[in-house]
Ligand binder design. Sequence first.
Ligand SMILES: Cc1cc2nc3c(=O)[nH]c(=O)nc-3n(C[C@H](O)[C@H](O)[C@H](O)COP(=O)(O)OP(=O)(O)OC[C@H]3O[C@@H](n4cnc5c(N)ncnc54)[C@H](O)[C@@H]3O)c2cc1C
Length: 462
Amino acid sequence: MARVAVIGGGISGLGTALMLGRRGHTVTLFEQEARQAGEDLDRDFYHWGRARVPQAVQPHSLLAPVRTVLRAETPDVYADLLARGAREYHEFDWFGEHPTHRAGDEDLVTLRTRRIVLEAALVAAVRRERTVNVRRGCRVRALGMEKGRPARVSPARVTGVQVGADTHRADLVIDASGRRSPVPAWLIAAGCRPPVVDSHRTGLAYLCRWYRLRADGPRDPGRVKTGSAAPFALAGVFPSDNDAFAVNLVLSTGDPTRGALTDPAVFEAAARRFPATAAWLDLAPEPQSAVLAMAGLDNRWTALADGAGPVVTGLVNAGDSLIHTNPTLGHGAALGLRAAQYLAAHVDQIAADPSGYHAWTAHALRPWFDAQVTADRTNEQRLAESSPLSDRRAAALAACAFDDPVIMRARAQVRHLLRPAHDAYGTDEVDRHLIAWLAAHPDFSPQHDGPTRDQWDTLVSG
Ligand SMILES: Cc1cc2nc3c(=O)[nH]c(=O)nc-3n(C[C@H](O)[C@H](O)[C@H](O)COP(=O)(O)OP(=O)(O)OC[C@H]3O[C@@H](n4cnc5c(N)ncnc54)[C@H](O)[C@@H]3O)c2cc1C
């Protein structure tokens, strides 16, 4: 059984610690923040200024791997998540009646919930786990390294973490400290070969506002998609737990109207110009928050291995510190928990030699990072230049999915990280269905359903 130290108690750190602990390993989790998600979800969500985890208040869609990993590894946590108000949404729910079942359809489920609900369920489970010791309010300030090894030639070995004046020894340290991980800088300072970082800045800005449906008010927005688009902005609604939902706008960081949108009245007027978000605002919900903005995000892959193999042993990274994806596709928690599951299953080998873990991440996680980078390049350019939609096939597939379950299945398999796009969409069956749909919609041309730029500028400046 391994002794493991986990740096960071976010979704990835908590999930990894829990899954390791359940397999009998001895785990110590260090989290710099003293406060933890508890029983009062609204207080923790709306009234906890979390400068170190600013994404915590942004809307989240939890994709299929979150559900499948939790149900396989920690079914009690999954049940607790639902008991706390998270809701399952199957992609075929759009059609009312589901099509004839095919293997794998059962997994095409989004968990609709605020991130805090997942955190609270994980925190509660970790607290019950005898093998996991959580040390809150403890910032890891350095790594413990084996003495006397020429780090640049053969990899140095990490032997633990330093917290205050103490050194905590471990067979394996897992860096789950998030997108601002200090670990790469520590390794370089220790004389290791540098981690290989692939970083792409995305010029996208996110603005959201939280609402709650009134207990005595209307509750059904009707059969409306959760996303809409203008040439220069995307709008989305995130139905969540306990009648909470978020309205979200995404635009280029260079958009001159970005600042004005932090005014709730302007934000709401703008959101009302998109069918997806207007349908939910028409339910007269109660606002729960200010307009919460975030920008300046990267897509960043941080490999603790280079062409010559691991740059260090006794240490691996997981979650955002390994793969930080810009959130337009909502991959973060799913990729973090997939890594947690793999780490828990293979920890003894990884403690001895992390090469297998690095190979697995490159094979199982990296393609989703590359897909996000490609999607963001397209989105970023389109929003910055207000370009018209030009890819007729892609636009037709997107529209057709909401009429045809075969296309919806392919779309959902990609969205939920189950099949790459070229595989899911590249079948004869998808081609046949798309051709039939286009024949039935001869006038189809790619179109936005949001406002024009003139309408937008008028309402934002007015
Ligand atoms: C706008 C936005 C929207 C998003 N939407 C989605 C979505 O729809 N779906 C989805 O799945 N994901 C989404 N994400 C991504 C998701 O939030 C992240 O992938 C996820 O929170 C990462 O979890 P983590 O545990 O890896 O890191 P974090 O949650 O950042 O946790 C890291 C923890 O480590 C602690 N820490 C850091 N340094 C130290 C140290 N030295 N010592 C001790 N503790 C330390 C921090 O305090 C923190 O608690 C979104 C992100 C953003 C920004």
